[in-house]
Write a protein that binds this ligand. Structure first.
Ligand SMILES: *Cc1c(COP(=O)(O)O)cnc(C)c1O
Ligand SMILES: [Zn+2]
Length: 399
């Protein structure tokens, strides 16, 4: 067999491209993208030739990663909450314990590693807040300049993080979608383009690839917790993973990780993945229900990290949900805030509202899951990231 080689594959047309600096969307499908709509032609990192060895196959060698120990976050058992909801087990994958306090560090670490290997000096991105604070954190540790475009209304904790980590913040008077356009203008400027890299979610394929690490960890950690033994490879049917979903990049990354595990022969099938959205930002839920994306709708939800008008990874997310018989739910803010408080008070895990959307989705369907189901909620961000709404929910003034 040929040695392992990493390439990019277009998720729309299947064409292969070198995994190299300056490549974002498929050159043929990408330009069909309509502004403020889900992206066409998202590339996926795949290997050719011999299967990569090691715990998690990634397209950048370990020595390039920032020295921050990203991933391997605690899988917390929540037996009190499970009993209260009448289910045998519940686990919370606590990415609030990441260096910058959110799941985004998985993607930012891979992007930073690639930038270091390729001699790129500056990373640029648009963010609702967490991607910005995360990339700023990784940039600080790795010695990379970071420029972020963030809605001026993003939660203050996330903006403080950006500045603490020493990044350049450009506040945008408008939504994430406007920040997204502005960041692309900046990174595609012909003078800057050769030495900067965009970390915009889904647009840079390494953001999805970096997020897949959680699937590898879940399989290992659940095996320790549940001792599958000889049944390990058959665990796919029992696993239900609840994923907070805005742009759909985490969803695609989780799927990619499980697809890799199946390809490597470590798992029999891709688990049931639940795309969990807010009523006020439910494009992927609606697309799965209706069989495609309609006009984008302005988002309005307390869960700022999953508030997007047009989900950037929507087309790929929908394709994966359809292919693997995934599920989707949309929850009102009231249920999201109630779920946030329940996870805090019954499991000791204080998560931000976006993560609580996944918690709320689980609470809604818990009783209908098969009796041997192993549910995992991705607690993607710390509750301390946005205390305003959480403060109100416990009867404290906002400031
Ligand atoms: C970004 C983010 C999400 C949503 O991820 P998408 O890739 O946009 O679907 C969920 N939770 C947290 C904490 C996030 O920062
Ligand atoms: Zn293509």
């Amino acid at each position: 067999m040929n040695p392992t080689k990493w390439v990019y594959a277009c998720s729309s047309c299947g064409k292969l491209f070198p995994l190299e600096k300056g490549r974002y969307l498929c050159p043929e499908c990408g330009p069909k993208s309509i502004p403020a709509r889900p992206l066409e032609g998202i590339l996926e990192a795949v290997w050719e030739g011999e299967a990569p060895t090691g715990r998690v196959p990634l397209p950048v060698e370990a020595k390039w990663f920032p020295p921050l120990a990203v991933g391997n976050t605690p899988l917390r058992a929540a037996p009190r909450l499970a009993a209260e909801l009448g289910v045998p087990a519940l686990y919370l994958k606590d990415d609030g314990a990441e260096p910058s306090g959110s799941f985004k560090d998985r993607a930012s670490a891979l992007v930073a590693a690639f930038a270091r290997r390729e001699g790129i000096g500056e990373i640029v991105l648009a963010s609702t807040g967490n991607a910005a604070s995360s990339m700023s954190c990784m940039g600080a540790a790795a010695g990379l300049a970071v420029t972020v475009f963030v809605p001026a209304k993003a939660p203050v904790a996330k903006r403080v993080q950006v500045l603490q980590y020493g990044a350049t913040m450009i506040p945008v008077d408008g939504s994430y979608d406007l920040a997204y356009e502005k960041s692309l203008e900046y990174s595609l400027d012909p003078v800057r383009a050769p030495r900067v890299m965009s970390r915009n979610t889904a647009y840079n394929p390494l953001t999805i690839e970096g997020k897949k690490t959680v699937a590898f960890e879940l399989l290992e950690e659940l095996e320790l917790a549940e001792s599958f033994g000889a049944g390990k490879k058959a665990a796919g049917a029992r696993l239900h993973v609840f994923v907070p979903t805005g742009d759909g990049a985490i969803l695609c990354g989780v799927y990619k990780g499980f697809e890799d595990l199946v390809r490597l022969g470590r798992l029999d099938r891709v688990p049931t993945i639940w795309a969990c959205q807010a009523d006020g930002s439910s494009a992927i839920f609606r697309a799965l229900r209706d069989g495609g994306f309609g006009e984008s709708v302005p988002s309005d939800t307390v869960a700022d990290s999953i508030a997007v008008d047009a989900p950037r990874a929507g087309i790929l997310a929908l394709k994966k949900l359809q292919h693997h018989a995934g599920r989707a739910l949309a929850l009102p803010d009231s249920e999201i805030l109630a779920a946030q408080r329940l996870a805090s008070s019954r499991a000791g895990v204080f998560m931000e509202p976006s993560s609580a959307a996944a918690m709320a989705a689980f609470i809604r369907v818990a009783k209908d899951l098969p009796p041997d189901a192993l549910p995992v909620v991705l607690a993607t961000g710390s509750g301390l990231k946005d205390v305003r709404s959480a403060a109100r929910a416990v009867g404290l003034g906002a400031d």
